[in-house]
Ligand binder design. Structure first.
Ligand SMILES: [Zn+2]
Length: 313
């Protein structure tokens, strides 16, 4: 089945070395902001330093939150910064058949099942046990529908999550999550028919032959779920590096939701310099984004070497 999911295998240059393939995968919920440029820049530099390919994938599966024209705007912003993908852009909204095939594999293996619970029912069940749901916190699924729908209509498809996942982050070091206890059986296909982020990312990372994931630290706590899915679908697990977040003036994470500003495209070099500062790169002066990116490569090589040394220490 892995072959069916890996329908677009990367061309291997040799039988032994797997060529580096990285990606930047923005959600088109608004323009690229300072925080997302950090992840885009780090993933681009990491691919270049490793002599690899850098791909862009538009994560437009969460259609209610996607804004018309935002994806094209983001691609324009990346281009203004000199960040051009090496292959045609992928769109998750066109990948439903692949996610459906993966879900079928999981259902047949007994690893995915229908759930008929509403959020209110899940909260009520925890409340009855004396646990209140905190806004913004993970809504842990108590496994109600593992034993069947009990006459309720199916709303979502969930993954049967079991086991503690240990993984290594190139910057953050050893990581661990007890997915069953901290998250519970998580959603693969939502009640509104939309594919869940975890499902789309895992299937597409494998289909695109991604070997290295470099993304913002806000996504780090999704990694264990994605590794469980990779194992269930017998797909390879890429290497992970989560980049530091840009904080808003009030110390909270900068995001499209709290009014993060769009990047000033008329001055791309200062935008790259600001992103570089978050990544602890030295200040680089250059007349054009292309010159700036070229000069930043050796600096990034030094940064990742320091991560590697710290991990060993
Ligand atoms: Zn349920």
């Amino acid at each position: 089945m892995a072959e069916r999911l890996l329908s677009h295998p990367p061309a291997c240059k040799s039988a032994t070395a797997v060529p580096y393939r990285g990606r930047f995968a923005p959600s088109p919920t608004g323009p690229l902001h300072a925080g997302s440029l950090v992840a885009a820049l780090a993933s681009w530099l990491d691919a270049r330093v490793h002599g690899g390919a850098w791909l862009v994938r538009i994560e437009d599966v969460d259609t209610p939150r996607c804004r018309a024209g935002a994806a094209e705007f983001i691609l324009g912003q990346l281009a203004a910064c000199g960040l051009l993908p090496d292959e045609p852009v992928w769109w998750q909204s066109r990948r439903g058949d692949a996610y459906g095939a993966a879900l079928q594999v999981l259902v047949e293996a007994g690893l995915a099942y229908p759930c008929g619970c509403t959020r209110a029912e899940i909260d009520a069940l925890w409340a009855a046990r004396g646990v209140a749901h905190r806004p913004g916190a993970e809504r842990i699924y108590p496994g109600t529908c593992r034993a069947g729908l009990q006459g309720k209509p199916a709303r979502a498809m969930r993954f049967r999550a079991e086991g503690v996942v240990h993984w290594h982050d190139r910057r953050l070091g050893p990581q661990m999550q007890d997915v069953a206890r901290e998250v519970g059986d998580f959603v693969l296909e939502r009640a509104d028919g939309a594919w869940a982020y975890q499902m789309a990312v895992v299937v597409d990372d494998a289909a695109q032959g991604i070997t290295h994931v470099v993304r913002g630290e806000d996504l780090a706590d999704n990694t264990a779920r994605q590794i469980l899915l990779q194992r269930a679908l017998t797909l390879p697990t890429p290497s992970y590096l989560h980049t530091p977040l840009v904080l808003a003036a009030d110390g909270r994470k900068l995001s499209k939701q709290n009014g993060a500003w769009a990047l000033d495209l008329s001055r791309p070099v200062p935008a790259l310099q600001a992103a570089a500062q978050v990544l602890a790169l030295p200040r680089i002066e250059a007349p054009t984004p292309q010159d700036w990116l070229h000069a930043a490569r050796p600096a990034w090589a030094g940064i990742i070497a320091s991560f590697a040394n710290r991990s060993i220490a």
